[in-house]
Design a protein around this ligand. Structure first.
Ligand SMILES: *[C@@H]1O[C@H](CO)[C@@H](O)[C@H](O)[C@H]1NC(C)=O
Ligand SMILES: *[C@@H]1O[C@H](CO)[C@@H](O)[C@H](O)[C@H]1NC(C)=O
Ligand SMILES: *[C@@H]1O[C@H](CO)[C@@H](O)[C@H](O)[C@H]1NC(C)=O
Ligand SMILES: *[C@@H]1O[C@H](CO)[C@@H](O)[C@H](O)[C@H]1NC(C)=O
Ligand SMILES: *[C@@H]1O[C@H](CO)[C@@H](O)[C@H](O)[C@H]1NC(C)=O
Ligand SMILES: *[C@@H]1O[C@H](CO)[C@@H](O)[C@H](O)[C@H]1NC(C)=O
Ligand SMILES: *[C@@H]1O[C@H](CO)[C@@H](O)[C@H](O)[C@H]1NC(C)=O
Ligand SMILES: *[C@@H]1O[C@H](CO)[C@@H](O)[C@H](O)[C@H]1NC(C)=O
Ligand SMILES: *[C@@H]1O[C@H](CO)[C@@H](O)[C@H](O)[C@H]1NC(C)=O
Ligand SMILES: *[C@@H]1O[C@H](CO)[C@@H](O)[C@H](O)[C@H]1NC(C)=O
Ligand SMILES: *[C@@H]1O[C@H](CO)[C@@H](O)[C@H](O)[C@H]1NC(C)=O
Length: 575
């Protein structure tokens, strides 16, 4: 079987390219835009079409009964953006092979069966972006093989009891962006194969405890952007296989004990943007497979020492934007897999040195926007931790000074916007620190020599008692590099580096201008020049003497005494 494709709106070039294909076999797929009902009824050769897609067509806001009767080979039908208000009761009559139907982006207010006989091949139905208000009890009964149903972006307030009742093959149900206030126990009853359910962006205040009781295969449940206050429904048996649960942007105020105790397989839990005040020893019991936990943007001011103990598989913890002022020293003692920790935007004043001692896989640690005055805990990380892969953010805290040599081998440390002690800073800025330590923030600055050009100047703020000062960092290295690329003069980079005695920063390649090493280099050169000069002079002297000696030999036969005296004299000269 060969596949062709025809689009009435295609520009001529693709059409030409498709021509050989079209001649070789029947058209199987047809896309029409901006068409009308007359054009649709005049189409020839439609009995072989497998896919028909109409978009932005004016079909008089209605589909007539049996309008697709001639298209009886269709597998896929799309009627999007056609301003359909209704379909006559048997509009889909004859589409017995249809597998995918999309009526998205229309103005439909009811779902019906739209066919006399079941569309027994239909697996995917998309009625999203319409104006459905409710789903009536038997409206889906003629779609027994349905696996995907998209009812999102409608105005659905109410689902009639058991409206999905006989959809025993349904795997993906999308009901997000509607106006549901309640999930009744009957709604999803019998959907044994349901694997993902989207209920986000509704007005849900209540989910009846037995709501998901029969959805034993549910893996993904999205409930974000609702008004949920409690999570009673999670305690039911049904959700033991849930892997992903998103409860972001609800109204949760507390996690009661054992709330998640039945959610054995949960890996991703998002509780961000709620009003949680604390996390207790019992709150997270049962989540032994959890890998990502997000409790950011709550008002958590207390976390129990053992609250993360059940989470032995935890990789990522986000508790940023809360009100924590301290963390128990043993908080992470059972979470040895943790890779990514975020406590940014809290009120932490100090960290216990033992807090991070267990974490051998840590890669990201974000503590920005806290009130830390001290960072000595950084010297107590796990000995086996690979510091070369660790990124730490300590910006916007209250640090005054740091043990810089303990940070040298981290991948990156963000230190901008702290309350650096000026004298400490100046002492440690004598040589530019390695690029992995970032103290500076950038200031945009109008350059003096070019009005249009905005210079990005790097600087550090520091405090010395009464005054706030700013130190501007001028990177001489880059200026010199730019100069160097214009001339072909040799740069004695490596010699400079090896000659430079280590000051504060060992093992850092210096390619910067360094006056000390230049002076040393010059001294060496001068010494060499002197040595060369002396050697040359002596060479000349010896030559002169041997010439004289030869002369003497020629004219007077040498006596022993004279020869001896001559040798003595020259020896004395040499020394
Ligand atoms: C449909 O479109 C064709 C071509 O654009 C036009 O000739 C015809 O009058 C239209 N029919 C109706 C009913 O609008
Ligand atoms: C849809 O059709 C109308 C006329 O019926 C036209 O004005 C509009 O530009 C079309 N929109 C698109 C996206 O083709
Ligand atoms: C959509 O349908 C409703 C009736 O269900 C009707 O009042 C409204 O005018 C229709 N809107 C459009 C754009 O056709
Ligand atoms: C409706 O959901 C299906 C998946 O179930 C998706 O493929 C489709 O794009 C969605 N429709 C719209 C208009 O987003
Ligand atoms: C639903 O399925 C049951 C059997 O499982 C059947 O007896 C019943 O008639 C079906 N209901 C509808 C509305 O198709
Ligand atoms: C939860 O949903 C929000 C959107 O409402 C999204 O930004 C967030 O990434 C989701 N959480 C997870 C873990 O996917
Ligand atoms: C936690 O949720 C917030 C808000 O939805 C989001 O910005 C953040 O990226 C999430 N964190 C993680 C680690 O997914
Ligand atoms: C939580 O567990 C720790 C350690 O077992 C214990 O010291 C503390 O009292 C517990 N807190 C509560 C509120 O039970
Ligand atoms: C600074 O850190 C280094 C390396 O971790 C350590 O050897 C040294 O003792 C520390 N210095 C001070 C003053 O704590
Ligand atoms: C800065 O540090 C020096 C010692 O390095 C100390 O004498 C001075 O008091 C500190 N200044 C402030 C404002 O803390
Ligand atoms: C220095 O800056 C801090 C905060 O940035 C501010 O609270 C303080 O008043 C400033 N002090 C002076 C003397 O400007």
């Amino acid at each position: 079987m060969c596949r062709g494709m025809l689009s009435k709106d295609s520009p001529p070039l693709p059409l030409l390219l498709l021509l050989p294909l079209l001649l070789a076999c029947h058209v199987e797929s047809l896309q029409l835009t901006n068409c009308n009902a007359t054009q649709l009824s005049e189409l020839n050769d439609v009995a072989t079409l497998n896919a028909l897609s109409l978009s932005n067509c004016s079909l008089q806001q209605q589909l007539k009964n049996a309008i697709f009767l001639r298209f009886n080979q269709l597998l896929s039908l799309e009627l999007q953006h056609c301003q359909l208000n209704s379909l006559e009761d048997y509009a889909l009559h004859g589409l017995s092979r249809l597998q995918r139907l999309s009526l998205a982006h229309n103005n439909l207010s009811v779902i019906k069966t739209w066919s006399e006989k079941p569309l027994s091949a239909l697996t995917s139905l998309d009625i999203s972006f319409n104006t459905l208000i409710q789903v009536a009890a038997k409206s889906l009964m003629h779609y027994p093989q349905l696996q995907q149903l998209n009812l999102s972006h409608n105005l659905i307030e109410h689902l009639e009891a058991e409206c999905f009742h006989n959809l025993s093959h349904l795997k993906h149900l999308q009901l997000h962006n509607n106006r549901l206030q309640l999930i009744a126990a009957s709604y999803f009853h019998g959907l044994h194969r349901l694997s993902s359910l989207s209920l986000q962006h509704n007005l849900l205040g209540q989910v009846e405890p037995a709501a998901f009781e029969s959805n034993t295969h549910l893996r993904t449940l999205r409930l974000e952007q609702n008004h949920l206050r409690d999570l009673q429904f999670l305690k039911e048996r049904g959700l033991a296989r849930l892997v992903y649960l998103n409860l972001s942007r609800n109204s949760l105020e507390k996690l009661s004990a054992q709330e998640f105790s039945k959610n054995f397989e949960l890996q991703h839990l998002d509780l961000s943007y709620n009003q949680l005040k604390e996390v207790n020893n019992e709150s997270l019991i049962g989540l032994e497979s959890l890998e990502r936990l997000n409790i950011s943007h709550n008002i958590v001011s207390h976390i129990d020492a053992d609250s993360l103990q059940p989470l032995s598989a935890l990789l990522q913890l986000d508790m940023s934007f809360n009100l924590l002022s301290s963390l128990p020293a043993e908080l992470f003692h059972a979470n040895s897999q943790l890779k990514d920790i975020n406590f940014a935007h809290n009120q932490l004043q100090e960290l216990h040195p033992a807090l991070l001692h267990q974490l051998m896989h840590l890669k990201q640690l974000n503590l920005a926007q806290n009130q830390l005055e001290d960072a000595s805990w950084l010297q107590h990380l796990a000995p086996a931790l690979n510091r070369l892969a660790l990124r730490v953010d300590l910006s916007s805290n209250r640090l005054q000074s740091l043990n810089l040599s303990s940070l040298l081998f981290f991948e990156h440390v963000q230190l901008a916007d702290n309350r650096w002690n000026c004298s400490w800073l100046v002492r440690h800025m004598l040589r530019t620190p390695p690029a992995s330590l970032n103290f500076a923030r950038s200031w945009p600055m109008l350059s003096a020599w070019s009005v249009k050009e905005l210079l990005n100047i790097q600087g550090v703020d520091c405090f010395d008692g009464q005054h706030n000062r700013s130190i501007v960092l001028l990177d001489v290295g880059t200026a010199r590099l730019a100069m160097g690329s214009n001339c072909d003069c040799e740069e004695p980079k490596d010699e400079l580096a090896t000659l430079t005695p280590p000051l504060t920063w060992p093992k850092i390649r210096t390619d910067r201008f360094d006056s000390r090493s230049v002076i040393i280099w010059m001294l060496v050169a001068i010494a060499l020049a002197f040595a060369g000069l002396r050697w040359g002079q002596r060479f000349m002297d010896r030559k002169e003497r041997s010439r004289k000696l030869q002369k003497v030999n020629e004219h007077h036969p040498l006596n022993k005494v004279e020869l001896e005296a001559q040798r003595l004299r020259s020896d004395r000269e040499r020394s």
